[in-house]
Design a protein around this ligand. Structure first.
Ligand code: GLN
Length: 472
């Protein structure tokens, strides 16, 4: 069901918001025992909001572009009074005293949050297996991972429990699960969507973005959540882009580069899907060319120094005093140590140790400093590429969804699943993943479109063309 249509029907009084929201909970009740996309549900709250919305509609009020549309919220976004755990024991049961800006905007647009979705602990991971509260399963095959870290949000949309959800993307955590679950996922330009109320992982990379079943719904949701926010000092000072109105403008004359470096390690079926998506764009009038940006190969190693370095600093606040879990000790240091030992999972501890090491005196320049220089090279290489192409096309992930347990014991193999998504985050650019057919295993494939800063309008136009030309 399209979110846009649902909102129009609700606003026109064709359907009630209460009915739409009740239907979403029925789907959740039917499927989520198996999938486990949600950590918590807000049944009473959501139905109450839907009823209130219905009253406002009856009174002739304008209720916003997402009237009555149920939405899943990744569990690292603060929602007043609702548990926001980041899938971590250390924040188990923590209820924020305020709403993230995205939540405020969703409420104003008439959307109804139905629950918080599962994720890798503190968004560190690519499979949602690092959740402290159990794995999420891929709706296309429950033995496979949904991707991560926003696996719950992707699975909830893929299993038709909600038409929309929000995720966060630091190194690929929206696009990678979108590809593995067969839905649309968008990582906006850094600063386009406010990070106020998003629990920080790596602040120079984190960005909130939409999941949807189709390009139009993703565009609509991004329009709602984007825009300047004085509460986030990195928020871009400019209005939300107009996306839905421009969706059907096509790609005629657009220069699109197929990037060989974003096909590295890709399986044959994924590489074929990218080639077919390129043919679809070409058929619609785009000028395709083959490009190479070898600097993108530096992305993975730069990211796994910069992101853990920032995380080690951001996660210092979980000390047993201010938030969540406290395990008592004889003195403050013992209490800090015990709380953090009990509260954080293995991957989070690994990142804190990596990051602390990379930032420590004597190693700072060789690791963190060097990673920042690599980041600059990537930014410069992208800038050069965008001198001759408007958009870049590549794979979102090297393969379709892998099995539950297949990579959880091998952190390096897990890190490799973000090889195609990480460079965009380092550059602060937007990118999105659009479903394009199935692999030999019948699992969904996603193709990725990348563009320069604030090229969202063009990205969505090209995504729409790919969507319309995708195999059924
Ligand atoms: N998988 C990557 C990581 O573990 C990206 C995570 C993300 O984008 N939040 O860091």
């Amino acid at each position: 069901m399209s979110a846009l249509r649902t909102a129009q029907d609700v606003a026109d009084g064709e359907r009630s918001a209460s009915e739409v929201v009740a239907e979403s909970f029925r789907a959740i009740d039917q499927r989520d025992a198996e999938i486990h996309a949600f950590l918590t549900l807000q049944r009473e709250q959501a139905l109450g909001e839907a009823e209130a919305l219905d009253v406002r509609i009856t009174n002739g009020e304008n209720v916003g572009p997402l009237a009555g549309v149920p939405i899943g919220i990744k569990d690292n976004m603060c929602q007043i009074g609702e548990v926001t755990s980041c899938a971590s024991r250390i924040l188990e049961g923590w209820r924020p005293p305020y709403d993230a800006t995205v939540i405020t905007k969703l409420k104003a647009a008439g959307a109804i949050a139905v629950g918080k979705t599962n994720m890798d602990e503190f968004a560190m991971g690519s499979s949602t297996e690092n959740s402290a509260f159990g794995v999420t399963r891929n709706p296309h095959d429950p033995e496979k991972v949904p991707g991560g870290s926003s696996g719950g949000s992707a699975a909830a949309v893929a299993a038709s429990m909600v038409p929309l959800s929000l995720g966060s993307d630091t190194g690929g955590s929206i696009r990678q699960p979108a590809a593995l679950c067969g839905v649309v996922g968008v990582k906006p330009t850094y600063g386009l969507v406010s990070r106020y109320g998003l629990v920080a992982f790596a602040s120079s990379l984190d960005q909130i973005g939409p999941f949807a079943n189709n390009v139009e719904d993703a565009a609509l949701l991004l329009e709602v959540i984007a825009g300047h926010d004085p509460k986030d000092s990195t928020s871009l000072n400019q209005p939300a882009p107009s996306l839905v109105a421009h969706l059907d403008h096509g790609v005629r004359g657009l220069r699109i580069g197929i990037c060989s470096d974003l096909l590295q390690g890709a399986s044959d079926d994924v590489a074929t899907a990218v080639a077919q998506a390129a043919a679809v764009l070409q058929g619609a009038g785009a000028e395709l060319s083959e490009i190479s940006i070898p600097e993108l190969g530096l992305g993975l190693s730069a990211y796994y120094l910069i992101a853990p370095a920032e995380a080690s600093s951001n996660l210092a606040r979980y000390d047993g005093v201010r938030y969540g879990l406290r395990v008592d000790g004889d003195d403050v240091t013992a209490m800090n140590t015990r709380s953090r030992t009990a509260g954080f999972g293995d991957e989070v501890k690994r990142r804190i140790m990596l990051g602390t090491y990379a930032l420590s005196a004597g190693y700072y320049d060789a690791y963190y400093g060097q990673a920042q220089r690599a980041r600059t090279l990537i930014i410069q290489a992208f800038a050069k590429a965008y001198g001759s192409v408007d958009l870049i096309l590549g794979a979102t992930t090297p393969t379709t969804a892998f099995g539950i347990g297949e990579k959880s014991g091998d952190p390096l193999a897990m890190y490799q699943s973000d090889i195609c998504t990480i460079p965009t985050n380092l550059a602060g650019h937007p990118a999105l993943s659009v479903p394009f057919g199935k692999g030999v295993d019948q699992m969904p494939i996603g193709v990725q479109l990348l563009g320069p800063t604030l090229s969202e309008q063009r990205l969505f136009q090209a995504a729409r063309v790919i969507e319309q030309g995708a195999p059924a």
